[in-house]
Design a protein around this ligand. Sequence first.
Ligand SMILES: Nc1ncnc2c1ncn2[C@@H]1O[C@H](COP(=O)(O)OP(=O)(O)OP(=O)(O)O)[C@@H](O)[C@H]1O
Length: 445
Amino acid sequence: MPRHDLPRVAIVEDDPIMGESLVERLSLEGYRPLWLTTGAAALEWFGAQRPDLLLCDIRLPDMTGEELFQALLPRLGGTPVMFMTGFGDIGQAVRLVRAGADDYLTKPFVVEEFLARIAELLRGRSPDDPDAALGRSPAIRQVEHLLRRVADVDSTLLISGESGVGKEVAAAFVHRISRRAPSPFMAVNCAAIPPDLIDSELFGHEKGAFTGAHALHRGYAERAGNGVLFLDEVGELPHPVQAKLLRLVQERVFFRVGGEKPLPFQARLVCATNADLDGLVRAGTFRRDLYYRLNVIPVAVPPLRERPDDVLPLLQAYLHQYAEAFGRPAQRLTPQAEAAALEHDWPGNVRELRNRIERAVVLATGPWISANDLFPERHVVDRFGTGTGWPPLMAVRDESERSHILVTLRRADGQLGRAADLLGVGRTTLWEKMRRLGIAAEQTE
Ligand SMILES: Nc1ncnc2c1ncn2[C@@H]1O[C@H](COP(=O)(O)OP(=O)(O)OP(=O)(O)O)[C@@H](O)[C@H]1O
């Protein structure tokens, strides 16, 4: 493996003997260790980059493990963190795991156990993990890991991602697993409210505040109570409302329109955008100070095309859901439909997937959902070509091999050798199958 592909393990450890021996052992085991000796050095290093794993001593010369973890939290993303602790510090280690660290190990430790634990952390959760709520692809599991980690931290989250990737689903998930779950999840789409109403919708208004304000109105910020206020398309807020939101974030208070009494803001703020907020700041349409205040913990939800492992499970889940909702008999996707779904780019992300499968369930006449049902605009040529409308066994086998090879190639980053290993066949066999099944050669480059 080229050196830059080796997993990078950052070690924060001030003891020179411990540090050196960890660096030596981790290099021997095929990792790329990087040794930092103070919390300040770790904070500086994390400003620009992220390792695959962070190993951290709990007692550092300039700060405690807890202080470092809190300070690093906004920059950690889903990076797994393991603390190394002496016997006297187990209480702190347990608190850290509750606050979102992944594991701790008590010194002195048995090297084999240490290596096994870091290998496990680097592998991440298993794809079949029943706790995987948002999806099974490695990319979405990283996002889920980050959300679990910050669920009970009160800092503002800024969720970014293309339209339909699941930003609201991510926000609702954080709410559901947090201690705020019994209080409301108040979702507001800032782009859907007319600009002249948004102030009073968000913050409420007093009776008589303006013509037509016949009664006192409590806004979303107030109705969110101790729950979560989710502002979708936050980049769309008009300037005066941005100023009010800044005050709400900084001082945790707001005023109803026409009101003079400051009201406490008790909810957690979670914002989302599919626009390039940084670009809006540079263009002068979004306040820079507000952007920094909102972007405390950035959460980037990747587009569906970058997490192909999620496509089929999502299709299956929605297929069942819609079949049940519409009282349809059990339906299945033909292997050709699965292959077409895997090859599709999903510009509208999960929302598009959901709409396509809903339409297909409604329109399909028999127990099979074909590629044409999913992608009617494409008129996919019926590779089964039997005229019976029923797939013969050979064609089903070919199509299911084809879709499995496609998934495997993506899992192996297009590397033929790795894909062949995963599939348990030789490289040549795989190559021949790919030629026969018409899988384009460029998919492997
Ligand atoms: N991980 C997921 N599992 C199941 N369904 C999902 C998932 N992510 C998104 N969806 C579904 O996809 C649709 C779009 O999700 P959501 O509204 O959260 O996207 P969004 O990124 O907030 O979109 P927009 O940018 O338009 O606000 C919803 O119907 C949602 O239920």
